[in-house]
Write a protein that binds this ligand. Structure first.
Ligand SMILES: NC(=O)NCCC[C@H](N)C(=O)O
Length: 404
C-alpha cells in the first residue's frame, strides 16, 4: 500500500509510532538541552502512556506499526545489516578504529535484529564495551563523557524525521545534530523495505537546508502548509516546491503555503501552534491568530516557482484555501494563564483520526472541554510523562495511510 496521505483529518488507517525505550533512561541533566528535553520522563509510566495511545488508535480501526520493527525487517538482509551498522557508527561520530570494531561486534552480537535496532536507538554506554587496547592517539584522549554513541530520546516524536505527503515523503534534514541521526531509520526503510522502497522522495536528508515533519501539514490534496520556523528554513521550502512541481510525479499539490512563524522554542513547529480537528475547525495557540506573513508558492513557467506574499489572519488564510468558514478553537479557551500552561504541554497538538475526532492529552483538560463544546469528539490519553519531551499526539505519530 505504501504511503497515502492527502489530508490532516480523513480517517487514519495506518500510523507509524515509536514506543520510548532505554534512550529515555540515558538522559542526564547535563545533556538535556543538547538533546532537546526539559526534564527526564519516568520510562515505565511513559511506556504505559504510549501503550494507551496505541490502544486508542487500534480501537478506532488504525493499524499501528513500530519504527524499530520496520527497521529490523529491512536489516534481515545480511548485506543491508552490515551497511546499516557501518553507517550508524559513522553517523554516531565514532572515530577510533578500535572502538568502531567493538561497536560493530557488539551490535552484531544481538540475537534479534529488533534488539539491535533498539540498541542503536538507546545509545551505547562506554561500560557496555570491552576495555580497548589503546593503540592510536585518539584512544588515549579519553574523557568523562559516558557514551560511545549518543541516545536518541526524541525518536518517539515520529512526526519529525520524515513526513508523508501524498504518496511521497520528505526525508528531512533536521535542525539539530541529535535529531539528524534519527533519519537513518527512515532512510533504510524507504530505500529497502518491500512495502516502502518505491516511495518518491520529495526532500532528502543530505540536502543543505533543514526542514522537520512537524512543520508540514497536508491541508488537502492540492494544498500543503509548511512553517518557516526554528526548525524549517525558507530555502528548504523552495527546494521541496521545485521537487513537487517539477522533479517528481504523482502528487496533486498545486499550492504550498509557507507560514512565517516566530523562531523560538514555544513555536517550535507549525503543528505546535495549530492542528486541524475537523473540516472547518482548528485548535490553535492564541498568539498565532495573526495577521501573519504568508507566501503562496505555485508552479510557474519554465521551471520557476511563483511566489506571492500576503498578510492575512490565520482564519482568513485557512478559510480561503479550505473553501469554508474556518473556526479557530483557542488552546485554554480565552484565559491567558491557562492557555500558556496548556500550550506548554502541547494543548494545540492533537492527532485527528477522522473528521471531528481527535486524540488529546488528559492534562490539557480546559482545552479538551472547549473542543467538546465545539462538537469535537475527544479520545483522551494519559500524559504526565510523555509530555515532558515537548510534543503531543500529532508529534508522536506519522500517518502512513489516510482514507481518500
Ligand atoms: N512536531 C513536534 O512539535 N515535535 C515535538 C518535538 C519535541 C522534541 N523534543 C524536539 O525538540 O525536537
Amino acid at each position: 500500500m505504501g504511503i497515502r496521505v492527502t489530508s490532516e483529518i480523513k480517517p487514519l488507517k495506518k500510523v507509524l509510532l515509536h514506543k520510548p525505550g532505554e534512550e529515555i533512561e540515558n538522559l542526564t541533566p547535563e545533556y538535556l538541552e543538547r538533546l532537546l528535553f526539559d526534564d527526564i520522563p519516568f520510562l515505565e509510566v511513559a511506556q504505559k502512556e504510549h501503550d494507551a495511545f496505541a490502544e486508542i488508535l487500534r480501537n478506532n480501526g488504525v493499524e499501528v506499526v513500530y519504527l524499530h520493527e520496520l527497521a529490523a525487517e529491512v536489516i534481515a538482509d545480511p548485506q543491508i545489516k552490515e551497511q546499516f551498522i557501518n553507517q550508524f557508527i559513522d553517523e554516531a561520530g565514532v572515530k577510533s578504529e578500535a572502538v568502531r570494531k567493538d561497536v560493530y561486534n557488539y551490535l552484531m552480537s544481538f540475537k534479534t535484529n529488533e534488539e539491535l535496532v533498539r540498541k542503536t536507538m538507546a545509545g551505547i554506554n562506554k561500560n557496555e564495551l570491552p576495555a580497548i587496547e589503546k593503540k592510536s592517539l585518539i584512544d588515549f584522549v579519553d574523557d568523562e563523557y559516558p557514551f560511545v554513541t549518543d541516545p536518541m530520546p526524541n525518536l518517539y516524536f515520529t512526526r519529525d524525521p520524515f513526513a508523508s505527503i501524498g504518496n511521497g515523503i520528505s526525508l528531512n534534514k533536521m535542525y539539530s545534530v541529535t535529531r539528524n541521526r534519527e533519519t537513518i531509520y527512515a532512510d533504510y526503510i524507504f530505500k529497502y523495505h518491500k512495502e516502502y522502497k518505491d516511495t518518491a522522495r520529495l526532500y532528502n536528508r543530505d540536502y543543505d537546508f533543514h526542514i522537520e515533519g512537524g512543520d508540514i501539514l497536508n491541508l488537502n490534496e492540492k494544498t500543503l502548509a509548511i512553517g518557516i520556523s526554528q526548525r524549517t528554513e525558507a530555502q528548504a521550502i523552495e527546494k521541496i516546491a521545485e521537487r513537487i512541481f517539477f522533479e517528481t510525479e504523482g502528487n496533486q499539490i498545486e499550492t504550498i503555503l509557507a507560514f512565517n512563524i516566530p523562531n523560538s522554542r514555544a513555536y517550535m513547529h507549525l503543528d505546535t501552534v495549530f492542528t486541524q480537528v475537523d473540516y472547518d475547525k482548528f485548535t490553535i495557540h492564541p498568539q498565532i491568530e495573526g495577521p501573519l506573513e504568508i507566501f503562496e508558492l505555485t508552479k510557474g513557467e519554465k521551471g520557476q516557482v511563483n511566489l506571492v506574499q500576503e498578510t492575512m489572519t490565520l482564519q482568513e488564510i485557512l478559510s480561503k484555501h479550505l473553501k469554508c468558514d474556518v473556526k479557530l478553537i483557542r488552546c485554554g479557551g480565552g484565559d491567558y494563564v491557562i492557555s500558556q500552561r496548556e500550550q506548554w504541554n502541547d494543548g494545540s497538538n492533537t492527532l485527528c483520526i477522522k473528521p471531528g475526532e481527535v486524540v488529546v492529552y488528559s492534562r490539557n483538560y480546559v482545552t479538551n472541554k472547549v473542543l467538546e463544546e465545539y462538537g469535537v469528539k475527544i479520545h483522551v490519553m494519559p500524559s504526565s510523562e510523555l509530555s515532558r519531551g515537548r510534543g503531543g499526539p500529532r508529534c508522536m505519530s506519522m500517518p502512513l495511510v489516510r482514507e481518500d
